[in-house]
Ligand binder design. Structure first.
Ligand code: NAP
Length: 210
């Protein structure tokens, strides 16, 4: 697949690096292609990855991973222009400063806002509920961490499912995009356990079935 990373930081860097290692073409969109940090990221991602502008990333990719800090997300997404039916995987969380909560709850979600801003894109919410360190290293012995996703487009969801499974997650369809109203607070649970309750960042959730 041709994957463009919009926001090549902790999350975008971890996912892009792993997808490139799995054989996907990965473009890292960045404002600072010549920085040491970006050169290190591209070098560690291998020959299928490159850093470039947002415009080239969008033009050359079929799938976009959105992983920007929430305060700059609207401006970034609107600057991408017409997205021509591309799949946009939204990993953002509309966090308030100091992790005090979410900008939206119950009646809307960041993902629904992103879907309004991303002209012509098929938006799926995924990769927002666990830390970037878990994306980088998904294994917990024999157990695969669950990765919930939601959206209104079947193909977009299948793509997110496949990309999550390739990384070693147990991907689970959580329903339509409005379910982001549940998945974004679920991210707050991971954050509060990891950061405030003393569990540390090496934690993930598992879905049990019978
Ligand atoms: N970190 C996690 O564990 C985690 C887990 C799940 C979800 N999330 C969510 O994923 C999103 C990204 O988190 P992150 O920790 O990866 O963020 P990050 O590393 O702080 O930032 C991501 C990238 O966004 C770009 N960026 C920053 N400010 C910008 C601006 N003013 N204009 C344009 N681009 C800007 C930067 O890329 P350049 O400087 O290269 O342009 C930066 O590397 C957030 O919404 C977060 O809530 C985070």
């Amino acid at each position: 697949m041709k994957i463009g990373i919009i926001g090549s930081g902790n999350v975008g860097g971890a996912l892009g690096k792993r997808w490139a290692a799995l054989g996907h073409q990965v473009l890292f969109s960045t404002r600072r292609p010549d920085s040491e940090e970006m050169k290190t990221l591209v070098a560690s991602a291998g020959p299928r990855a490159r850093a470039t502008t947002a415009a080239e990333t969008v033009a050359a990719s079929d799938i976009l991973l959105l992983a920007t800090p929430w305060p700059v997300t609207r401006e970034m997404v609107e600057s991408l222009g017409e997205l021509n039916n591309k799949i946009l995987i939204d990993a953002t969380n509309p966090l308030l400063p100091n992790l005090a909560g979410l900008e939206f709850a119950n009646t809307s979600s960041g993902a629904e806002q992103v879907a309004q801003w991303a002209k012509g894109a098929r938006v799926v919410k995924a990769f927002n509920t666990i830390g970037d360190n878990i994306m980088e290293q998904t294994t917990f012995g024999e157990i695969s961490p669950v990765l919930f996703y939601c959206g209104d487009d079947k193909e977009a969801k299948q793509t997110a499912h496949q990309l999550a499974a390739e990384l070693g997650f147990d991907p689970q369809n959580a329903g339509p995009l409005t379910q982001a109203r549940v998945l974004e607070p679920f991210a707050l649970l991971w954050i509060s356990l990891a950061v405030k309750q003393g569990f540390g960042r090496d934690i993930a959730f598992q879905l049990l079935k019978r």
